[in-house]
Design a protein around this ligand. Structure first.
Ligand code: ADP
Length: 535
């Protein structure tokens, strides 16, 4: 910028047109990137494990979130740095694919970066580090398959699924009722699962929450819950064997467009118009009744007159039901969404054994339960809790548990948690390093050290001495040849995670390894950072 004066002596500023760029190259670029990545990992590290801390995040408009879920923390942190954004993306990918382990993956990537920094300082080329990491990650991946275990489950024998979900929930705020919630999550997933194809459509599970009650009151409803009530207080509160018309057309006469003009200058004309309008309503109600509907669920609203008429003609109705809910209701009740009254036929009606309205507490809050549906595959988890933040966190935790149960149905292999799988892989990778004669050997050893970061963080968060605990557990694994020894975070008295029933899914852990390695390799390969400079 430069200061200049015009012919009248008035000052003005000349700004250089071309924006200045800053540029970091070579080792400097790698180090800057690594430290950005490490900074993110450091934030999440304290949240890992059953004794991990929670974070409180305030959005610019004042909303407060309290959470322990890695993906959510990063999502809301609003980071600016591009490398930090990569770490956010990393956690998000884990969330997309697996749904759990979002903190662990970032901690692992942070540890890999930390080790890479040491190697760079020793003069090892970043590409050699990246290659070494790749080899090591393959070794660890295969080793995990070796230590994984398979278990059998069935619709009646779902205890192992519950145990695994409990491990996921044990690190969340809701761990007080983890048994309850884990059972709900497993039952929900089993209700919608296609066990033959080993597939679960999580869209069929709706998670609803309402402030009030206790967390223990959270329930699983074999049907749909809609946060709406009957459109008129005098309509029946309970309908058995309901035949439901699901409508996306409004319950009102067609509106005159602006280009039409209606002149009403006499009383007769007015009455005529009113009668016509009334007839419209009447026809609509009649059309619904003709096909045998005993309940109307409408995407749109209707005015008081229509409402009154519906009540009068004894046709209960629900208005302003959202599109997503409408679809779920249609799936659950085996009905069809009808866009025009003329298209209503008896076959298009949805069927439900019981539709009831339930009031909560002393408030005017009411919800509609649609149960015993024709196609009962859609279920709802209804969360209760003291405040909105609790409900939101419970929703996130349930999401994790649902994902874990789904992953287990897809692939019923598990590894043990508490850092035991990581320690076992670390030992295997360390042993394999000797077989590689090249410089990669150093990177492979560094990978083994990085794997120790997860158990160390677990120990540290539980108030244990990280290095001492880790070395004790590691030597125990080698001495007893037992890959299931981990960190006893809850001070149960045994290191054996089999006895503690701390499970994690094999695919979740493997995905963590792959994703973390991928991102770290990508960061290491960047040797030139060009960015607009800040004024
Ligand atoms: P993430 O978001 O990555 O799932 P969590 O905060 O849920 O992170 O922590 C998961 C880690 O905590 C896993 O490594 C798991 O093995 C460990 N863990 C969970 N429960 C226990 C437990 N009871 N004892 C020891 N470790 C546990």
């Amino acid at each position: 910028m430069a200061l200049a004066f015009d012919e009248f002596g008035r000052p003005f500023i000349i700004i250089k047109e071309q924006e200045q760029k800053t540029r970091l190259r070579g080792l400097e670029a790698q180090k800057a990137n690594i430290s950005a990545g490490k900074a993110i990992a450091r934030i999440l590290k304290t949240s890992l494990g059953p004794k991990g801390m929670d974070k409180m995040l305030q959005s610019p408009d004042g909303d407060v979130t309290i959470t322990n879920d890695g993906a959510t923390i990063l999502e809301q942190m609003d980071v600016d740095n591009q490398i930090a954004k990569l770490m956010v993306e990393l956690s998000r990918s884990q969330d997309y694919e697996i749904g759990d382990g979002t903190t662990g993956v970032v901690v692992m990537a942070g540890a890999l970066l930390e080790q890479a920094e040491l190697l760079l300082e020793r003069g090892i080329h970043p590409i050699r580090i990246a290659e070494g990491y790749e080899m090591a990650s393959r070794i660890a991946f295969e080793h995990m398959e070796k230590i994984a275990q398979k278990f059998d489950y069935g619709v009646s024998n779902f205890e192992p699924l519950v145990q695994t979900c409990m491990t996921t929930l044990s690190s969340k705020i809701v761990n007080r009722c983890k048994r309850n919630l884990a059972e709900i999550a497993v039952k929900a997933v089993l209700a919608v699962a296609d066990l033959e194809r080993k597939d679960v459509n999580l869209d069929l599970i709706k998670v609803e929450g309402k402030v009030g009650g206790k967390l223990e009151d959270t329930e699983l409803i074999y049907g749909i819950l809609v946060d709406k009530d009957m459109s008129h207080p005098q309509m029946p509160k309970q309908i058995e064997d309901a035949k439901i018309a699901i409508l996306t057309c409004p319950f009102e006469p067609p509106k005159p467009k602006t280009k039409h003009k209606v002149d009403i200058d006499t009383v007769e004309k007015f009455q005529n118009l009113r009668q016509q309008e009334h007839k419209y309503f009447d026809d609509m109600v009649q059309q619904c009744k003709d096909v045998g509907a005993t309940l109307v669920i409408c995407q749109w609203g209707f005015d008081d007159e229509a409402n009154h008429l519906l009540m009068h003609r004894n046709l209960p109705a629900v208005r302003w039901v959202g599109g997503v809910e409408l679809e779920l209701i249609a799936i659950a009740t085996g009905g069809r969404i009808v866009p025009r009254f003329q298209e209503l036929t008896p076959e298009k009606l949805g069927k439900a054994g019981l539709v009831r309205e339930k009031a909560f507490g002393t408030t005017k809050d009411r919800m509609l339960y649609i149960e015993h549906c024709a196609n009962s595959r859609a279920v709802t988890i209804f969360i209760r809790g003291g405040n909105k933040m609790m409900i939101e966190e419970t929703k996130r935790s349930i999401h994790d548990a649902l994902c874990v149960a789904r992953n287990l149905i897809r692939n019923n292999r598990i590894v043990y948690g508490g850092g035991s799988a990581e320690i076992s892989c670390s030992i295997a990778v360390e042993a394999a390093a000797d077989r590689y004669p090249g410089v990669e050997q150093y990177a492979i050893r560094a990978f083994a050290d990085a794997l120790d970061a997860v158990p160390m963080a677990l120990a540290e968060n539980s108030g244990l001495q990280p290095i001492e605990t880790l070395s004790a557990v590691k030597s125990q694994q080698i001495k007893e040849n037992n890959p299931y020894c981990g960190i006893d975070c809850n001070d149960v008295g045994t290191n054996d995670m089999r006895e503690q029933n701390v499970f994690e899914t094999l695919i979740g852990k493997q995905q963590q390894l792959l994703l973390a390695t991928q991102v770290v390799k990508m960061i290491l390969k960047i040797d030139d950072v060009i960015s607009p400079s800040e004024y």
